[in-house]
Design a protein around this ligand. Structure first.
Ligand SMILES: C[S@@+](CC[C@H](N)C(=O)[O-])C[C@H]1O[C@@H](n2cnc3c(N)ncnc32)[C@H](O)[C@@H]1O
Length: 219
């Protein structure tokens, strides 16, 4: 608990964490490039980022893009934020927010790619609305994503993956979808840059194949 409180205190002082109580948090919508990143480079979002492995991993590979990791849990964001500071990755930010409220922080078409990495599977039927690939979340992603932007989704959970495919196949506004139930033995593998998250390691070690899909929204 002590460790957690210390991390929360540090998060207050860190410029790369945007969270409630900070001025940057309330006023960032539509201004990520001008006010935070101070460049016009494209923006990649990682949702449910936890410790931010994708955000950090991609930021190392792509210095000419900007990256925002989003999660509710400050103690997890602390980890990725610390690495970004240590490695001087100034094109990285972490947003502590509920994904349902994403449109309070991002304007229409403000981001160019969205990664959803190992979200909680929410297996109970009554929790279906809380799955990050439920239609109400997809509608938010469609709004904040640029017209040609990709959504990329990784999970170890077969039920969540199958549910997501069903939801996407029901919709009339999905194009260019590709998917695999076994990423590590798929030609889609290079898409993921061999970056593996904390949960990816954990579940893969338990014998679960990693599933992956990507798609774009149509008009
Ligand atoms: C299973 S963890 C995965 C973390 C990381 N992506 C990984 O692969 O190691 C799921 C994360 O999603 C976050 N999360 C779940 N629902 C969320 C929501 N509605 N808004 C923001 N974060 C959420 C949780 O706080 C948690 O850190």
């Amino acid at each position: 608990m002590r460790g957690k409180l210390k991390r929360f205190e540090e998060n207050e002082r860190r410029d790369n964490i945007l969270q409630p109580g900070k001025n940057s948090y309330e006023n960032i919508k539509g201004k990520w490039q001008t006010d935070y990143f101070k460049n016009q480079n494209s923006i990649v979002l990682e949702l449910a980022c936890g410790r931010g492995e994708y955000t950090i991993g991609m930021a190392r590979l792509f210095p000419n893009k900007n990256f925002i990791g989003v999660d509710l849990k400050g103690d997890r964001l602390w980890k990725g934020s610390g690495i970004a500071i240590e490695e001087k990755l100034s094109h990285v930010a972490f947003l502590r927010a509920e994904i349902l409220h994403l449109e309070s922080y991002l304007k229409l078409n403000e981001v160019d790619e969205i990664w959803i990495t190992f979200p909680d599977p929410r297996p109970r039927v009554r929790d279906e609305k809380r799955r990050l690939t439920n239609p109400r979340f997809l509608n938010i992603y469609k709004n904040v994503l640029s017209t040609d932007g990709w959504v990329k989704f990784k999970t170890d959970n077969t039920d969540l993956f199958t549910y997501t495919l069903e939801v996407l196949k029901e919709r009339k506004d999905i194009r260019n979808m590709e998917y695999t139930y076994d990423l590590y033995h798929s030609e889609l593998k290079p898409d993921c840059f061999d970056i593996r998250t904390h949960y990816e390691h954990k579940f893969n070690d338990q014998g679960h194949d990693i599933k992956y899909l990507k798609f774009r929204f149509a008009e």
